[in-house]
Structure formats: C-alpha cells, structure tokens
Write a protein that binds this ligand. Structure first.
Ligand code: HEC
Length: 354
C-alpha cells in the first residue's frame, strides 16, 4: 500500500471512531447528585423554587424556577453552563449566583446542566438555542418576548426618507408569538404615523439546531389615503456549526387594493459567532432579493447588507444592530442605513447587566 493510501485509511478510521464514540453524553444522575450537594439550598428540591424558604428570602433576589417549562426551554444550556462556571455576574445576572468553576469541572457542570434541563417536560417548546441574532431584514423564526426599535434612513435623489418601527413581540403558549408594530415615516418635511401591524407567528418545527416558523401580519393604515396589506412569511434558522449560523425568510406582501401589486422577498443572512462570550461584536452578511408579482425577471432587485450586532449588556439581552444596505441592481435609492435596538425582556430589565 502506498503512503497516501495509508494516510487516507488512517483518516477514514479516525472519522469512523469519532462517529462511533461521540463525546460522552452528560450523566443526569451524576448531575442530580451535584445539584443536591451544591445547588439545592438556593434553587429548591428538584429545581422547583421554594419562595418561602428563608435562604431565598435572605438572598434578596429570587432565582428563576427551573421547573417552569417556558423558562427552562428558552434558556440555552450553554448560557447556564457559563453562569454555573463563572457566576451570575458573567451574564449580567445577580452576584448572589456564585461561580462554581473552582469546585466543579466542565464535565460536572455539563452533568448538572443536563439534570436541570431534565427536571420538566419541555417538549413542544422551541429551545432557546434557536433564539438567534435578529437580522435587519430576514425575519426571525424563534418566538420570543422582545421590544425592538428600528430606524432606516434612505439616501436617494430628492428628499431622503426616514422610517421608524416600534415592535412588541410577546410569546403565546408553547410556540406562538403575538406581534404588534407601529410604523412612522418621514419624507422631506412630511412626517406621519403611517400604519399599525398586528400579527401572529407559530414555530412549526424545531430542535436545538433548527427552527422553522410561519407568520401572518395585517398592516392597517393609520393615515386616510393609505392602503392596508397582508404579509405572510416563512422563517428558518439553523446552526451550521458552533460558529456559523444562517437564517432565511420568504416573505409575501399582498396589498388589499390589488394583490397583484404585491411582492415576494427572499432574504438570507450568515452570522459569524466567533466566541460564546464576551457578547460584543458579531459581524454578518445579509442578501435580499425582491420581486414584484407582476414583473418580468428584469425587475428583480438585489441588495447586500453588511451588518454588525453589538451586545450592550453582558448577556446580550439588550443589543444594537447596525447595517448598511447596498443596491446590487437598479434601485432608485443610493444607500440605506439601519439601526436597531432590541431588548429581550424575558431575560431581564432593560438596565440590568450593562
Ligand atoms: C447562594 C445561592 C445559590 C447557589 C448555592 C446556587 N445558585 Fe444558581 N442562582 C442563584 C440566584 C440568586 C440566581 C438568579 C440570578 C438572577 O436571576 O439574577 C441563580 C441563577 C442560576 C442560573 C441562571 C438561571 C437563569 O436565569 O438563566 C443557573 C443555571 C444556576 N443558578 C444554576 C446553579 C447551579 C447548577 C448551582 C449549583 C452548582 C447553583 N446555581 C447554586 C443562587 C444560587
């Protein structure tokens, strides 16, 4: 056998071994013992918070209840491992959560995290691992509690345009989300609160590495001569590897006064999540293709949007997203600038953890 062949066989053998013997699965029983030794006084038997316990009253801050399936499902296991290792302070939580990195090794931390994840049945709830970074245009698939302000400035011939949107998103049930938005527009010196949007999103399929949702939103004009529309979309998110995530969405807009004036928009984004912590600057590239329904292919508009997500709090539950949109086809505008401020209010108050 020549040398190249032997190397190929060795590599193939190594790959087979890697697949046959994956990283040891976390040991929940071991995790339970660790929990009962180090954690139970504050977090309660079986992860069920006991608010009447004198220890909790003395802490001055109430830990979350791990037996609540919504809370348990929406927090990524990786975040918990970090909090357990480095303490609550690391992710902007209370200092009363002590760092355990000195007493527990990584394997024990992953065991106790696996135990915490097992204390309640969370099937039917999309895992928090799929609460991916919010893109500028691609719709997000994960249903969550979030308040988002976004501003878009369009640089074009004649009057430039400024559009602002305030969005309230509230989790409904296991996998649903209600959406309420207000849109304000200014062109030159004319400014108006132009529409309100009400909608609902439902996660249809999910795991710790993918999520697929469908949504419908009705836009109701506020000013007299406006036209309402129905917007529906499918949104998808996937973790390609621990450092690369992709999201994409297909959005269809149907104006009430003539659905054929509508358009389809396909958007996709790749985020580079170069480190789990600190959660400061994460670059991404987004591409959007828009096609009016009644068009020949020549009307397809392409744009590219380099952008950056900047975590403002230590855990990243308040974050800024800055992007610039560059036309790749014959658009009527020169450039668009975006700024988005988001607050994931399920993870803490706005001012917590800066
Ligand atoms: C002295 C009391 C105390 C002990 C002991 C303690 N914790 Fe905590 N823990 C807290 C408090 C308080 C918080 C809530 C912090 C907040 O919400 O700001 C917390 C938060 C957490 C969180 C984050 C939950 C979230 O909000 O996302 C995890 C995970 C956690 N603890 C796990 C553990 C584990 C595992 C142990 C044992 C190895 C442990 N804790 C021991 C008090 C404690």
């Amino acid at each position: 056998m020549n040398k190249d062949f032997r190397i190929a066989w060795l590599l193939a053998g190594a790959m087979i071994l890697a697949f046959a013997f994956p990283v040891a699965a976390a040991n929940i029983d071991n995790g339970r013992q660790i929990y009962d030794t180090y954690c139970v006084t504050c977090h309660g038997a079986g992860g069920r918070l006991d608010v009447s316990s004198p220890v909790i009253k003395g802490l001055g801050v109430e830990p979350a209840d791990f037996s609540d399936p919504l809370f348990n499902s929406r927090e990524p296991a990786g975040d918990w491992e970090m909090v357990i290792k480095y303490g609550g302070h690391a992710l902007g939580l209370a200092e009363q959560m002590p760092a355990q990195g000195e007493v527990l090794n990584d394997e024990q931390i992953s065991d106790v995290t696996a135990f915490l994840k097992s204390v309640v049945d969370t099937s039917g709830f999309p895992p928090g691992e799929m609460n991916l970074f919010l893109p500028v245009r691609t719709k997000k698939a994960y249903p969550e509690d979030e308040i988002v302000y976004s501003g878009r400035y369009t640089d074009q011939d004649g009057d430039s345009e400024y559009k602002q949107v305030l969005e309230f998103e509230k989790r409904f049930g296991k996998a649903g989300q209600g959406i309420l938005e207000f849109v304000h527009e200014r062109v030159g010196s004319e400014s108006e609160l132009s529409e309100a949007e009400i909608g609902y999103k439902q996660a249809l399929s999910f795991s710790t590495s993918h999520v697929l949702s469908a949504a419908a939103v009705v836009a109701i004009p506020i000013e007299a001569d406006g036209d309402g529309e129905l917007v529906t979309y499918l949104a998808y998110g996937r973790e390609l590897s621990p450092t690369w995530i992709i999201q994409s969405s297909l959005r269809l807009k149907f104006p009430f006064e003539g659905a054929s004036d509508g358009e389809a928009e396909l958007a996709g984004i790749v985020h580079w999540v170069h480190s789990p912590w600190p959660r400061r600057v994460f670059p991404a590239l987004e591409v959007v293709a828009t096609n009016p329904f009644r068009s020949s292919n020549g009307d397809l508009e392409w744009t590219a949007m380099p952008q950056v997500r900047i975590g403002l709090t230590r855990g990243g539950h308040v974050a800024l997203n800055l992007g610039v949109e560059l036309p790749l086809s014959d658009q009527t505008w020169d450039q668009r600038y975006y700024v988005t401020l988001l607050w994931d209010f399920a993870d803490g108050s706005f001012f917590q953890g800066w």
